[in-house]
Design a protein around this ligand. Sequence first.
Ligand code: FHN
Length: 481
Amino acid sequence: MKTYRCTVAAVALLLASHALHSPAQTEGHRIATNQDHSVAAIQDTETAAQRDARMAWWREARFGMFIHWGLYSIPAGTWNGKQIPGIGEWIMNSASIPVADYKALASQFNPTAFSAHDIVALAKAAGMKYIVITAKHHDGFAMFDSKADPFNIVAATPFHRDPLRELAEECRKQGVKLGFYYSQDQDWTAPGGAAYKRGNHDRPNHHWDPSQDGDFASYLHTKAIPQMKELLTNYGDFPVVIWFDTPTPDMTPALAGEIVALLNQHPNLIWNNRLGGGYKGDTETPEQFIPAQGYPGRDWEACMTMNDTWGYKSYDTNFKSTETLLRNLIDIASKGGNYLLNIGPDSKGNVPPAEIERLQQVGKWLAVNGEAIYGTHATLFGSEAGSFSTAEKDKEGKPKFIPTWNWRSTTTDDAIYIELFSWPKGSFHLDKLPRTVTSAYLLADKSKKPLKITNSAGGIDIALPVQALDPIATVLVLKTK
Ligand code: FHN
């Protein structure tokens, strides 16, 4: 009889290894707290109860839609006839496109196929509870109506519409929450905006066009902070999230403090760990990976692409399977995190069909099994996720985490959910359980037919039918007291 085992000893080992190899430590530059902040952030002043109340909807949500959309969807990965390697939204930097040439793209941007209704409906169909869209990415182009800077979708394009306003209205109608991504530090078209190094951009500031040169504080005062004010005041009850990105040393604690003072005026706002200046924010943001055991004690959100780019690239068809996306969602939830899964609309505003198809499939699973994801807590076990190799090392020279994909578990106060990826023959076995199981059934079984439970000195066995109810993940519910 094939069964899957989880022992308490294994859990203890796993927790001990977490102390040694916490992924949070590998992102130290993002989570270091600076004690010398002149402006205290909300995370430093609120009580634990206030924090729980502020984070409540976000913790319940578990699944959100990231949208990377901007002018970079026009070149879509190709510049001057050449396919440019790397992620699509970085094309200006990767191809060293002069500022004037890049800005000229705005006159061609007319995404008449954009439908806020359809995008919000897609998020809903996928089972996503919130959306975070790029209000301004590193290219400096604002996807909203900005009086602070004319390089924006309303003033500089024939489209003249504000997609953020339309999304906000639709989100309100359809009951989805809306957050804004804002590249506060890198800005490749505003004088003084920062730039990460790429290719041969060797000058001290990594600029490739003299018109990018300038003073970072002036950029912050004349563009970034005024635009963030617009974003925080012009969209009613949204944004509920501000998603910062790519901080550089330019963002000193004092400059970041000016942004924090603004954020503090919106006490329900949630913001991530990428502001810079030593602020650690609300959420850890592992990107394109799922940490071995999450970030115990911290809220976290894994952001990931469906193919190999955030911004649309016409020739990137390397889409992950629905199975992978769903397993990622379950894996993340089992470690207490959220999954922020990206779509990259094209220059007309169309969402690539491969993305729509996968999201709809994930949504179908969630429509049946969402109870095992939304509002749940991390696993009570742990060793089912995998183990650290004694032989293989990761990129940082630490023992490599080797995931195993038989099952995961999520919990609520009165239930333990076991998401089975591979179907055990006969029964599912657990060596030890921290709770007493009172009944068991399969979540996809509408009749909730009770499954036979056998308790013994060796643990607990739940008898299973011959076949799984879902080809990707069948959820076993253990009601507990
Ligand atoms: O440089 C960006 C990238 O374009 C993308 O926006 C991702 C999403 O998390 N963040 C940065 C890289 O970490």
